[in-house]
Design a binder for this molecule. Structure first.
Ligand SMILES: NC(=O)C1=CN([C@@H]2O[C@H](COP(=O)(O)OP(=O)(O)OC[C@H]3O[C@@H](n4cnc5c(N)ncnc54)[C@H](OP(=O)(O)O)[C@@H]3O)[C@@H](O)[C@H]2O)C=CC1
Ligand SMILES: O=C1OC[C@@H](O)[C@H](O)[C@H]1O
Length: 402
């Protein structure tokens, strides 16, 4: 039988000494993290159903963390929508409270962490409300509409002593961790060029103009929705590369093709220069092109002594191929060894970030060491610059802090 430990506030958790924490871990006692979910949209549906954080720990091969969704909120008094949602995606679990406002979820004293799954331009307001209610926050990508909003949120999170993280789930997947280790091992030499693309054909002509992918008020377009994924590959391979020492890119360029439908970016290309490494990231995203697949890997990391090809989709790759060059005479760029690594696990790969949130909260940390505030800030600073160069301004008033 397992001892389940729930915590309401960080203060109560802090009463557990290091010794007690070690003891818990030694006895494999699971910690239950209690989630409040904001919105009843597509990503939340995936999270709530048995494809992500709700997978029992035994099936996730995790001993120390259990997740429990305790409340789901839908806006505008739509309690029936929330009920219907729980019925559909959580087998009508009666332990989950259906709420007709987000405020009810923030105010729920049984909730430890709020997961925000609203469209991009609402992330700031929703996160701020959650933080002010004293809740830890996991906020969907892109973390905010601009860097000024993120800075304000981070200040608020600090003031209220809560954990805050952008839901950059790709960073926590086993394949990503393996590639970061492979690069750091030095076997392939220094990374020189990273190419990454995420394209999803949203069939724009047939989408309502109010859809979050098309509506500028909701931050529509490729860069804010799909851009985080090519960028995370550049951040993992170059920004995080040990000898880069977290040096920010010296130059960012961006070029945008807008859709005539609503003026949001349909196609965006952007580059980042990492002078300290002598390396460059060449990235792109599109809302109207088929995803690169099969023999066309979504991300390619070219290093001095080898190439890593990451299979699509780059937000959830399940395999990569590494080609290693020889070091003997005449072997420059000659592939002497190739290996394919395949990763398989239950679910859709979102539970890795959920477990990270739980461990951070358990340990009283305010940010993840893997997807730090600095990396979210780099991401949204890049998007600000790309939108500026590409002439894509959000409508007046959408950015809550400028
Ligand atoms: N990590 C990942 O793989 C993915 C992440 N995402 C991210 O999640 C966020 C949501 O995306 P997705 O779930 O596809 O979006 P949806 O359009 O499917 O859902 C958004 C939900 O937000 C709520 N909402 C609140 N205000 C508004 C508003 N003004 N207009 C529309 N909806 C509103 C609605 O729920 P209600 O009415 O019940 O409050 C709605 O159902 C985005 O920021 C996106 O980047 C999306 C897909 C995948
Ligand atoms: O995060 C995401 O990943 C997959 C895409 O289809 C989706 O639009 C995006 O929000």
């Amino acid at each position: 039988m397992h001892l389940a430990v729930a915590w309401k506030t960080e203060a109560s958790w802090l009463r557990l000494t290091t010794f007690a924490a070690a003891l818990l871990s030694a006895t494999m006692a699971p910690i239950i993290l209690r989630w409040g979910i904001i919105s009843t949209g597509g990503i939340v549906a995936q999270t709530l159903s048995r494809t992500s954080a709700s997978i029992p720990r035994r099936e996730r091969n995790v001993d120390d963390i259990e997740h429990k969704v305790v409340a789901v909120g839908s806006r505008n008094g739509a309690v029936d929508k929330a009920k219907e949602f729980i019925k559909k995606y959580a087998d009508g679990d009666e332990n989950i409270k259906a709420c007709g406002t987000y405020e009810e979820v923030y105010a729920n004293s049984d909730v430890d962490v709020i997961y925000i799954g609203t469209p991009h331009t609402l992330h700031y307001d929703n996160s701020l409300d959650a933080i002010k209610a004293g809740k830890h926050v996991l906020c969907e990508k892109p973390v905010t509409s601009n860097a000024a909003e993120l800075k304000a949120l981070l200040a608020a999170a600090k003031e209220h002593g809560v954990f805050f993280m952008e839901a950059m789930w790709t960073r926590f997947q086993p394949l990503s961790l393996a590639i970061i280790d492979l690069l750091a091992s030095g076997e392939l030499g220094k990374p020189v060029v990273v190419n990454a693309d995420l394209s999803v054909d949203f069939n724009l002509e047939n989408l309502p103009k109010t859809h979050r992918i098309l509506d500028p008020v909701l931050g529509g377009g490729a860069i804010l929705d799909l851009g985080p994924y090519p960028l995370v590959w550049a951040i993992m391979s170059l920004f995080e590369y040990p000898t880069n020492q977290h040096t920010l890119p010296s130059k960012i360029t961006g070029s945008i093709v807008k859709t005539a439908l609503t003026g949001v970016d349909a196609n965006t290309a952007f580059t980042l220069n990492f002078d300290k490494l002598g390396a460059q990231a060449v990235l792109s995203c599109s809302t109207n092109a088929p995803m690169l697949q099969g023999d066309n890997p979504g991300a390619v990391i070219r290093c001095e002594r080898g190439i890593i090809r990451v299979a699509a989709p780059i937000y959830l790759p399940k395999s990569y191929k590494v080609s290693i060059f020889g070091t003997g005479p005449g072997e420059r760029h000659k592939v002497v060894r190739e290996e394919e690594k395949v990763f398989d696990y239950i679910g859709k790969g979102m539970h890795f970030q959920a477990d990270e949130v739980a461990r951070c909260v358990r340990e009283g940390r305010k940010e993840s060491a893997l997807w730090t505030h600095e990396k979210s800030l780099l991401e949204i600073t890049v998007f600000d610059e790309v939108r500026k160069q590409g002439g894509y301004a959000l409508p007046p008033g959408v950015e809550r802090v400028v």
